[in-house]
Design a protein around this ligand. Sequence first.
Ligand code: HEM
Length: 127
Amino acid sequence: MTVSAIIFQIQSILIIATMIYGISQAKKRLLHKKIMSFAMAWDVLLILQIEFTRHAVEKAISLTDNSIILNIHLFLAVTTVLFYPILIILGRKIISGQKSLIPIHRLFGRTTIIFRILTFITSFYVI
Ligand code: HEM
């Protein structure tokens, strides 16, 4: 593994740890909001770092012998990031009073953290 790959993986671990801590603080809504916003912003910054240093998207698109594990990794990574704005919208609505949305936010939230961890695990098989 190159030094930059190790730095990416360390950031991934820290982001996942921050998210798990943030979920444990969900009852303190504004603290949860701050921690999760920070973790999501950091994750997007990590994606930009990987893209600008490795051109990961172009490489993935140009590969002709797409491995199953690469496809799984891409599916997990893309879905995770697509879920971020959904969680933000649901979270804001809950804070402004729509309590009925808590179960759906919780379901998306749990799915997102599981997908984020699986993205991390599968990344070792594609680098
Ligand atoms: C990656 C982003 C996020 C994840 C993974 C996530 C995950 C979760 C999970 C799993 C719960 C349920 C916790 C439990 O049942 O103990 C929860 C609750 C909640 N989240 Fe998030 N969340 C995220 C972002 C946000 C954001 C950005 C906001 C606000 C804008 C927010 C607002 C809330 C609120 C208000 C609750 C309900 C707390 C309660 O039960 O009173 N979340 N979240």
